[in-house]
Write a protein that binds this ligand. Structure first.
Ligand code: HEC
Ligand code: HEC
Length: 303
């Protein structure tokens, strides 16, 4: 009996270590970035298109051209409250000691330089599609911003969400799959796919999630509960978004809807960033939105 128990315990321990091993944080071979020269102007544009400041700028920071990425914004979620970290070039408080490969591993695999898992509140689920050259340019741009000494504050997460090791399993389940729109109909929609699925992380807000917080890719952009609490993030598939190209362009550049309402909630900062991108990029986003499968609004959303 004792032997049987021991054998059982050994099998369990083996199983647990196999699980932890198979879900250990992944990292890239630094050679993937070798020989890539940064393009700082491209980096500035990527920074806008990816909306990094929406989470990492200090909560009271005025919008400006030289954002101070001191962190400190509180991000509510069903799993607890995350506090965005300082990603300014300060060597102690921020990421001033990082190399481009560290940013690549963070964006691509959600892995920290020390080899820990990041929470997907940092939307690497989308950013993982960024090209190595773009990560190098984004890194150079981040490095050019002002350093800030504000120390990081801990997330406020209840057990078991406070345990980072469990994130390996989450990643194994949800950090997978290629593009959602497999066959873009033309070059504009393909360019838009990169802007929406990789950079703009539009799906992180506009796509519903399952009970574990994974995106339900089959309901891509079909509208979702607002993670911050009240309200609903709208369905922006062709089933419900009937705005003309001019309407959408107007919305993305001025924040006005076709019926002269103004953009609100978390979309306001998205529009602030989009409005500073070249018009071609916005037209590409629109081409993409036209090309995604139409998914009918859910019953709750219609109410
Ligand atoms: C929706 C909010 C959000 C957006 C948008 C966002 N981040 Fe973050 N980011 C976070 C959170 C939350 C964390 C902390 C994750 C953790 O502790 O596991 C984080 C962590 C990081 C870290 C790790 C910092 C450290 O000290 O280890 C880096 C680097 C980073 N983000 C860079 C970026 C860049 C670059 C962008 C834009 C391409 C970006 N983030 C966009 C929320 C966001
Ligand atoms: C941080 C969450 C968030 C992200 C990221 C986000 N959105 Fe939104 N979006 C919203 C919310 C919330 C609204 C509703 C705004 C309102 O009530 O005024 C909205 C509204 C919209 C609308 C208007 C739809 C309507 O029927 O009123 C469009 C179009 C849109 N988003 C497109 C996009 C695109 C394209 C992206 C990516 C580039 C994006 N959104 C990224 C949260 C987000």
């Amino acid at each position: 009996m004792r032997r049987l128990l021991l054998a059982g315990a050994a099998v369990l321990a083996l199983g647990a270590s196999a699980l932890l091993w198979s879900t250990a944080p992944e990292r890239a071979d630094p050679a993937v970035l070798e020989g890539i020269a940064p393009d700082p102007e491209r980096g500035a544009q990527l920074f806008l298109a990816a909306g990094c400041a929406s989470c990492h700028a200090a909560p009271d920071a005025p919008p400006g051209t030289r954002p101070v990425l001191a962190g400190g914004r509180r991000l509510a979620s069903p799993f607890g409250t995350f506090v965005a970290p300082n990603i300014s070039p300060d060597p102690q408080a921020g990421i001033g000691t990082w190399q481009p490969i560290d940013l690549f591993n963070a964006l691509k695999y959600g892995t920290s330089p020390e080899g820990r898992h990041y929470y997907p509140a940092f939307p690497y689920t989308s950013y993982r599609h960024m090209s190595p050259a773009d990560v190098v340019s984004l890194f150079a741009y981040l490095r050019s911003l002002p350093p800030d000494p504000t120390p990081n504050r801990p997330h406020e997460l209840p057990f078991p969400f406070s345990v980072r090791a469990g994130l390996g399993l989450w990643k194994a389940l949800f950090l997978r799959g290629g593009w959602v729109l497999r066959d873009p109909p033309d070059a504009a929609a393909e360019r838009g796919r990169y802007l929406v699925e990789a950079l703009g992380h539009c799906g992180e807000c506009h796509t519903p999630r399952n009970a574990l917080g994974g995106l339900r890719r089959r309901l891509w952009l079909a509208g979702a509960e607002n993670p911050a609490g009240a309200g609903w993030v709208p369905n922006i598939t062709p089933a419900r978004l009937h705005w003309s190209e001019a309407d959408l362009l107007g919305y993305f550049t001025t924040g006005f809807t076709p019926d002269y309402d103004t953009v609100g909630g978390s979309m306001a900062e998205v529009v602030e960033n989009l409005s500073r991108l070249p018009e071609d990029e916005l037209r590409a986003i629109i081409a993409y939105l036209r090309a995604v499968p139409a998914v009918a609004p859910t019953k709750r959303q219609k109410e």
